[in-house]
Structures are given as structure tokens and as C-alpha cells.
Design a protein around this ligand. Sequence first.
Ligand code: ADP
Ligand code: MN
Ligand code: MN
Ligand code: MN
Length: 352
Amino acid sequence: MQKRCIKAEYIWLDGTEHVQQLRSKTKVIVVNGGETVSLGNFGEWGFDGSSTYQATGHDSDLTLVPCSFVKDPLRDGESYLVMCEVFTPDNKPHSTNHRAGLRGLLAKCEGANPWGGFEQEYTLFNRDQQPLGAESHKFMRPQGPFYCSVGASVAYGRAIVEEHLDACLKAGMLIYGTNAEVMPGQWEFQIGYRGDNSENSGILEMADQVWLARHLLQLVAEKYEVTVSFEVKPVRGDWNGAGMHTNFSTTQTRDPKTGLAAIESAITALSQRHREHIAKYGHGNHLRLTGHHETCDIDTFRSGVADRGCSIRIPRSVSTSGCGYLEDRRPGANANPYEVGYMLVETICVKR
Ligand code: ADP
Ligand code: MN
Ligand code: MN
Ligand code: MN
């Protein structure tokens, strides 16, 4: 029978302290000529955990278990990006495998059908580790003109942003949009519900796609010798930090009959677990949540309609229509969307 070769990039999260990093390697897989590729085509694979801060040298083999995949938009030929969970030799999720936690939790609350929408902010750095734009004196003026800006004196790095957007679309991911951010060299993309109920906006799938989109962004930026920083406070001083606002809804919050009441009781539940959430919402987040820039300070929990100085914002459109979602503005740009998703599902769908 006719065979063909496909390229699969196996992607996983390592054990770097504080902020897990992406790792990946390529596997060529032989498939039958006319066969449509499914998850089953991507077999389990191993890697050296002692080189990723996930194991010691004398017992280093860990297992990659494929859990979702998209088309690889950047490679020639038939190619895929395969998101993997890491398992130990005795077949247990590795301690760094936070996807497994969210997956297990979701199985316990299926009726809630939680959806996630992540707004990923990031900062582009040049070879000298300066934000793009910093090499020009224009960076030295106060922030204000850069957010959603157009023009070479205010927007830096658009070619990368555009290539990344196209890549996510080609991959078939639920990319929602992009925008230039408040600090020069800082941008945002969103992954999540786009108003089409036939698309799967489940929080686990959206968290997978945030990691895949981060991966694609790094690859695109590599070509320009630019690095992508997910640091929450890339430049100290009077500059905005970088967050990962997380928009969240459930069957109840989306239902016009129960929406606002469900959102209010979700906010009450969130207010009672502020510290636990902050602990999972990114490294160094106290540098970002000072109360001087976006959102209130790290020790305060507040909510409000259309108020961007809050921990939780109810968008005006949601308050008007009586249903929809809430926005958790606390997660930092370097947070792990699996952990953020876990906390939201646990607090809003399980503990309430
Ligand atoms: P902001 O006004 O805070 O900048 P954005 O326009 O950047 O918001 O992003 C809006 C986000 O909200 C997107 O990620 C989108 O997928 C998400 N979203 C919209 N509706 C829902 C919903 N019902 N449930 C969860 N997320 C949602
Ligand atoms: Mn946004
Ligand atoms: Mn933003
Ligand atoms: Mn937002």
C-alpha cells in the first residue's frame, strides 16, 4: 500500500522553576496513503527528563502522551503540532503536568461546560534584551500613544504579530484577535469563544491552544531574531505590565434566565479564595499588580461592571444583556492557562 510521511512536532511543558517553558522535538510518522490523520496516529514517545528539570540522570525516561493536535502552519508538507502531557514510567501524570489536573476536574463537572477566553499579552525583545522600540528615543516618552497604535513611531514588531495571526488561523485555532498594547513593543493576542457556538471553546482546549499559540509566536519571532517575553513586568517603572486576562463562562452564566445571578455568585466564590488564586496566577505578579497600572493591588479583591481597575470585570455588554462571562484580570502573562483554568473551575463550578 502507498504510504506517506508526516512531520509531527511533539510539544510539552518542562520543569523550569516558577515558569514552565515549552519544549518540543520532531517525529516523522509513516501513515497509509489515503488515511486522514487522527490523534491515534501520534503514538506515545519518550524524552530525557534530566535535561528538562523533570527527572534525575539515573532515572531519566519520561513519556509524552499526545492529547490534542493542530495543523502546523509554518512547515512545508503535511505537518502537525501535537500538544502532549508528560507521564512518569509508572504511568502517572508527572508533577509538572497541570493539564492532567484540569482534565480530571472537568470530568467531575460536565454540566457546567466551562468556556475560556485568554488574552495573552507579551513583549518583544531585540538581541540586546531591550523591548522593540527601546532603541529609539521615542520609548522614553510616557506611555499613552502606543495602545492599538498605527505608525512606525509608535508600533514596533507588527510583522511578527501579523505572521503569528496568519499562522494561528492556518492551524485552525480559535484566535479571536490581536492588538498593540500600552507599553511599546508589547502586544496581545486572544484565544477563545468567537461567537460561533459550533466551535469548541472548552477551557481545556483553549488552554491547549494558548500553549500552541505561544509556541508559534516563538517560532515566528525566531526568524526575526526577536525573543518573546512573557514576563509580567518586563520594564520596571511607570510602564504597564503584561497579563493574561482570563474570560470565563459556564452553562449557567451564558443562560439569560440565570446569567447575572450565576456571575454574581461566581464572584462571591472568587472573593473568598483570592489568595489561592493569586498563588497560581503567575510568577512575580506582585510587580504587576501594584494598583498603579492595570487592575487593583495584589492584596485587594474587587469586582465591577466595565471597571478595568478591578480584579474581576463584568463587561458592560454582559451586564446589559443579563448573561455571558466574567473577566478575571489577575493572571499574569507568564501564568499557566491549565492552572488558571483549574482554579476557576474549582472555585466556580466545584466548590460553590
Ligand atoms: P478586553 O476588552 O478585555 O480587551 P478582548 O476583546 O481582548 O477583551 O478579549 C475578549 C475575550 O473574551 C476573548 O478571548 C473571547 O474569546 C472571550 N470571550 C467572549 N465571550 C466569552 C464567553 N462567553 N466565555 C468565555 N470567554 C469569552
Ligand atoms: Mn484584550
Ligand atoms: Mn490587554
Ligand atoms: Mn481584558
